[in-house]
Design a protein around this ligand. Structure first.
Ligand code: ZN
Length: 375
């Protein structure tokens, strides 16, 4: 008899029925206190009793998820040890997403993307604060009572650089990215890291949405807020996470801002800027160009051909972090998107886009940041 469970960090799935080797599943809504919040896409669960069997998984409501286009060409993340993940193909008919998996062990995990759990988050914070000149910043408590932290690294007189990740908690690649970035900054033998630490003060928020991350949400916080729509008017009850970061930024200033995300549909790494803002300046345009050129050289996974069309300006644009920061501080302010699927320019048949590739991209982003700071 197969057994499906998800009572662990970021676990999320609903079992509709189990019939022999057939698992009929439903992707559940983000877990929040807001009954009107209707995001659904993230899943992460364990199957036991699977050794020697070929499992048929059917995600019955895939077509009703928030980003149904994300299932076209998507490959499922699978792990036996919850540490090493690989991909298996799926089929999506517009309604149901299916996958078959010949299971080699009793216990196996499936997830939308390689999870980044709270324990690893705490270990990352601990490692970062031990660096010379580092400061742990207590930004406050989340609605579920978790700690919201930033880590400051580099020269106290350096140019303030803010990098935040996981406003959308299911975009776990964003925290893998920040881990890669932090570990490179902590490498005392790395001349790029040392140069940057001498010139800049980094304020890093590896996880903007701890509650949504542990609850296993794609986009929402515990109160049902989409934090990346709260920047114009963050609310102390609904979106205290954004309010805390905005308040700290007002104190430190900001000369470069990066908000790290994952995109469900597009199989590419790309940035989105603030071109639609009336305040978008020649300087911001020049620095954005410089960032993009330097990033392409440092990490060929990054490209500028595919991305979001630059929207027409509406006042709503300022609800997004990178637009609001670009307007408020007049600095280069970007959203970075990594794929949930793969980079189609450099596909990896076994892993697709992965935690490790996200880490490497985070390490590589230091070169374009130095290019920007040199003005
Ligand atoms: Zn996002």
């Amino acid at each position: 008899m197969l057994n499906v469970s998800c009572q662990f960090d970021s676990g999320a799935i609903e079992v509709v029925r189990i019939d022999g080797d057939q698992l009929d599943l439903a992707i559940r809504r983000d877990s929040t206190t807001d009954p009107g919040c209707d995001f659904r896409q993230w899943f992460h669960f364990r199957v036991q009793g699977a050794a020697g069997r070929t499992l048929s998984l059917a995600f019955l409501n895939a077509g009703a998820c928030t980003y149904a286009a994300g299932w076209h060409g998507y490959r499922l993340c699978v792990s036996y040890d919850h540490r090493h993940w690989f991909r298996i193909p799926t089929r999506f008919d517009g309604q149901v997403m299916r996958a078959e998996f010949a299971c080699g062990h009793q216990s196996v995990y499936f997830a939308y993307f390689e999870p980044y759990d709270w324990e690893r988050h705490l270990v990352l914070l601990g490692r970062a604060q031990a660096a010379p000149g580092a400061t742990m910043i207590d930004l406050g408590r989340t609605p579920d009572g978790r700690d919201l932290n930033a880590v400051a690294l580099g020269s106290p007189d350096g140019k303030p650089v803010w990098i935040i990740a996981r406003q959308h908690p299911g975009e776990s690649m964003a925290e893998w990215f920040v881990e890669g970035l932090i570990d490179r900054l902590l490498d005392g033998a790395d001349s790029l890291a040392r140069t940057l630490l001498a010139q800049a003060r980094f304020y890093l928020v590896p996880n903007m949405n701890p509650d949504g991350s542990v609850r296993g949400n794609l986009r929402a916080s515990a109160t049902g807020a989409n934090l990346n729509r709260e920047w114009m008017q963050p609310d102390p009850v609904r979106s205290p996470e954004v309010l805390a970061v905005r308040t700290k930024m007002a104190e430190t200033g900001c000369e470069f801002f990066l908000d790290v995300h994952g995109d469900e549909a597009l199989p590419f790494v790309f940035i989105a800027g603030s071109e639609m803002l009336p305040s978008y300046s020649d300087k911001q345009a020049r620095l954005q160009q410089r960032f993009a050129e330097a990033f392409k050289l440092a990490a060929p996974d990054f490209q500028t051909e595919h991305g979001y069309p630059s929207d027409k300006y509406t006042a709503d644009a300022l609800k997004l972090a990178s637009k609001w920061v670009g307007q408020a501080f007049g600095c280069l302010s970007l959203t970075l998107e990594m794929p949930f699927k793969d980079n189609d320019n450099l596909p990896d048949a076994d892993h697709g886009w992965s935690a490790e590739r996200s880490r490497r991209l985070g390490a590589a982003v230091l070169a374009p940041i130095l290019a920007v700071l040199r003005g």
